[in-house]
Design a protein around this ligand. Structure first.
Ligand code: RRO
Length: 293
């Protein structure tokens, strides 16, 4: 039962429990379009940046998005300005948002993660760092978040570099998500977030070929909600650290299901593309459900 909307997420004080899922809300573009009113009515209680990598990336060739029944598949491919470009041009704008800023980082090796964590932690504007571990480690060939030992190795490398909260963003493309969550927590993660997208593909009926430019991608939206809920429940039972849960949340009712499964916070992802103010609506709906008891 929620009495008060204020939330403590690994030491970060939030006015409420609703975040955005990384990469699903371009706050810089939104500020350009909507200006100050967006700052006054910001739809989330903390903002998570799009994932950054050490070097700039252009992302994958089109097609990058494909609609599916009750969801979509993306193969965006991590386009971003790189660490320097982010720190110089994006961070100052994101730091002007009225909510705590969480920066999402991803590397293709432990060393790349270390470079990112080391640089981002030196910026006072950053409240926490999310480790997006859905990328392959080029040394081992493994997706870092798919193996408890890979996860432990990453935490061992980056934990000593920062006193800021570290949030491990888990992939659902694993056999035992609880084991990866435990490895993250034992390695010093202050929270975990889940789920990233589920591997999926679509065939373009006009051609009979794979619809996405790189063949496959990540499925999100209400199609994945039941999977996300089960994994949230499993991870809540596996660790003590707080959980940020996401996967197909479209309403306060959906958000409450995840909170009842034990999540401390929830994040809105794919729904932001349909309704950029979904976060505000979900906060209001969640509060009304909590008051109704
Ligand atoms: O950029 C992407 O294609 C992407 C990322 Br980094 C991620 O973490 N999850 C996803 O579905 N797409």
């Amino acid at each position: 039962m929620i009495q008060d909307t204020a939330v403590d997420l690994a030491g970060i004080k939030l006015a409420g429990p609703v975040l955005n899922a990384s990469g699903t809300f371009d706050a810089i573009a939104a500020l350009r379009v909507f200006g100050e009113p967006l700052r006054d009515a910001f739809p989330f209680d903390a903002f998570v940046s799009k994932t950054i990598t050490p070097e700039p990336r252009g992302g994958n060739p089109p097609v990058r998005l494909w609609e599916t029944p009750a969801g979509m598949i993306n193969s965006i491919g991590l386009p971003n300005k790189g660490l320097e470009g982010f720190l110089e041009s994006d961070l100052p704008v994101l730091a002007s948002l009225p909510v705590p800023l969480i920066v999402s980082v991803a590397g293709f090796s432990y060393e790349q993660f270390a470079v990112l964590v080391d640089a981002v932690t030196s910026r006072a504007e950053v409240a926490a760092i999310e480790l997006n571990v859905s990328c392959p480690n080029v040394k081992s060939g493994c997706i870092i978040g798919s193996e408890p030992l890979e996860m432990s190795g990453l935490m061992e490398r980056v934990r000593p570099l920062t006193e800021k909260p570290l949030i491990a963003k888990l992939t659902p493309n694993v056999t035992d998500v609880g084991a990866v969550a435990r490895a993250a927590e034992q390695g010093g993660a202050n929270a975990v977030s889940l789920i990233n997208t589920l591997r999926g593909m679509a065939i373009d009926p006009r051609t009979g070929d794979p619809a996405l430019g790189v063949g496959s991608g990540g499925l999100s939206g209400p199609a994945v909600r039941a999977v996300a809920l089960e994994m949230t429940h499993t991870v809540v039972g596996a660790i003590e650290a707080p959980v940020v849960a996401m996967g197909g949340i479209q309403s306060g009712r959906d958000a409450l299901d995840f909170i009842n499964a034990g999540a401390t916070c929830v994040a809105v992802g794919t729904e932001n593309f349909r309704d950029p103010l979904a976060g505000s609506r979900i906060r209001v709906e969640l509060r009304a459900l909590a008051l109704a008891g």
